[in-house]
Structures are given as structure tokens and as C-alpha cells.
Design a protein around this ligand. Structure first.
Ligand SMILES: C[S@@+](CC[C@H](N)C(=O)[O-])C[C@H]1O[C@@H](n2cnc3c(N)ncnc32)[C@H](O)[C@@H]1O
Length: 243
């Protein structure tokens, strides 16, 4: 049987998805407030930058994978207008429910689909843009998920992967201290769950760095990939073109 990582733990591949599900079942109701507190609001800037790079036009067809509580999907929906489509998808029902309810409270009804990024239930060449924000890190077979994202894109379509990445060396010590001391405590205080936020810090360290993810995207079928480092590499936006 093959093994993989769940944070710093080595686990059987078959266990990873259910361990990840446990994390997001546990944090779903406090997910948005935790995002604001632990990133000091920066996640909004990273997402807004992503929306700018997406450069969507009215009528476009968009798939948001691992969309959770719907930040990107909501911004995309405003740009594609009533003639376009934005599908909000996630493997986790609790996260998707939070997202759908939040969008409804804001007067926005988007189609929501529970699905695994590693086996997308959509036909080939269906979308102009696919996005995945802070989701790829949690997937068991990242290569499989990237290949699926490529498959459902139209030729010339783009994949945007927003994800934690490798921070610039001068910041590494301070960032480690914050990640392993402050984050789990915030998790305990605000979400009543220290372990999930320890997993977050660990999973960031195990995720491929900028250059490795770029090679993985090329191997999955993206002919051109640009990397945008944000906040000194705490986060990177990889933009791949299917060509
Ligand atoms: C950190 S949240 C990101 C949510 C949202 N995109 C955002 O940026 O706020 C990660 C999401 O990835 C989802 N996820 C994990 N594995 C997945 C998979 N294999 N397929 C689809 N979604 C997955 C989780 O359920 C969770 O909602």
C-alpha cells in the first residue's frame, strides 16, 4: 500500500482524504473568522490579486475547485455576469454548506457541487477558467487533480492555483515561530481546535515549493506557467495555460 503525508505524519494513502475531511468538518463554522484572524486579513488581498489575474469577462465559464466558503466564486460571479457560469465545488459538504448559505445571505445563488478534484464530474474542455485556492495542498494525488483540472479546461483556458508556498529565507524563522506557536493557539481559542491548525502549519511545510509546483503543472499539460510570489512567498499564485 502507498503512503503519503498528512502534515508531518506519514499515513496510508487511503486515510488521507478522511483525515482532511475531519479537519474541515471541524473548522467549517469558524473557517472565515479564522482566515481573517490568522492572516491578519491578508487572505483577502491574495484572493483579490487572483481575481485580477483571472481577468474574467461577461459570459465566461468558471469552475472553482475546493471552493469552501466561496470567496473566489463570489468575486468571479460578479465578473462573468448573468450570461456566465461559476460552479462552486468542494469535496466537503460542511464547507460547501457554509459557502452556499453565506452567498445566499448576500443575494447570490450559485450552483454548488460536491466533488473530488481528483475525479471531476465534468466533460472535457468545459471551462474557460479553473481556480483552486488553498485546496491543492490537501489533496492526496496532486498530479491526478492537476491533470483533471487540465482536462476540463478549453484549449487556451487557464488554471489559477493560489496556495501557501516557500517563504523567502530572511522571513523563514519568524514565519516558523508564528506557524507553530501562534497558529495552533489561535485555533484552540477561536475554533476550539488546536490540532487542525497544527495540521495547517505542517501541511504548508510539506507542500511543493514554487518551482516544483510549476514543473508539476507543466507535466499535467499546462504549456505555459507563470508564478507570482505574494507576501515574500508566503503564498504563490501559479497561472497555467492549457496549450
Ligand atoms: C483551506 S480550504 C480553502 C477554501 C477556499 N478555497 C478558500 O480559499 O477560502 C481547503 C478546501 O479544500 C477542500 N478539499 C480538500 N481536498 C479536496 C479534494 N480532493 N477535492 C476537492 N476539494 C478538496 C476542503 O474540503 C476545503 O474546503
Amino acid at each position: 500500500m502507498s503512503e503519503t503525508h498528512f502534515g508531518f505524519e506519514t499515513v496510508d494513502e487511503q486515510q488521507k482524504a478522511s483525515r482532511v475531511r475531519g479537519v474541515f468538518d471541524s473548522v467549517a463554522s469558524k473557517y472565515d473568522v479564522m482566515n481573517d484572524v490568522m492572516s491578519m486579513g491578508l487572505h483577502r488581498v491574495w484572493k483579490s490579486y487572483t481575481v485580477g489575474v483571472a481577468n474574467l469577462r461577461p459570459g465566461m465559464q468558471v469552475l472553482d475547485i475546493a471552493g469552501g466558503t466561496g470567496d473566489l466564486a463570489r468575486a468571479f460571479a460578479r465578473r462573468v455576469g448573468p450570461g456566465g457560469t461559476v460552479l462552486l465545488t468542494d469535496i466537503n459538504e460542511a464547507m460547501l454548506r457554509q459557502g452556499r448559505d453565506r452567498l445566499l445571505d448576500q443575494g447570490l445563488v450559485l450552483p454548488t457541487v460536491i466533488c473530488d478534484a481528483e475525479a471531476l464530474p465534468f466533460p472535457n474542455e468545459r471551462f474557460d477558467l479553473v481556480s483552486v485556492a488553498f485546496g491543492l495542498r490537501n489533496m492526496t494525488h496532486k498530479e491526478r487533480a492537476l491533470a483533471e483540472m487540465c482536462r476540463v479546461l478549453k484549449p487556451g483556458g487557464r488554471l489559477l492555483v493560489l496556495e501557501f508556498s516557500k517563504v523567502a529565507p530572511p522571513l523563514a524563522k519568524a514565519y516558523d515561530w508564528y506557524s507553530f506557536n501562534v497558529l495552533p493557539r489561535l485555533g484552540r481559542l477561536i475554533a476550539g481546535d488546536e490540532a487542525s491548525y497544527r495540521y495547517l502549519a505542517e501541511s504548508i511545510r510539506m507542500h511543493p515549493d514554487q518551482a516544483t509546483l510549476k514543473s508539476m503543472m507543466k507535466a499535467a499539460g499546462f504549456g505555459h506557467v507563470d508564478v507570482h510570489n505574494l507576501s515574500a512567498g508566503i503564498v504563490a499564485l501559479h497561472a497555467g495555460i492549457k496549450c
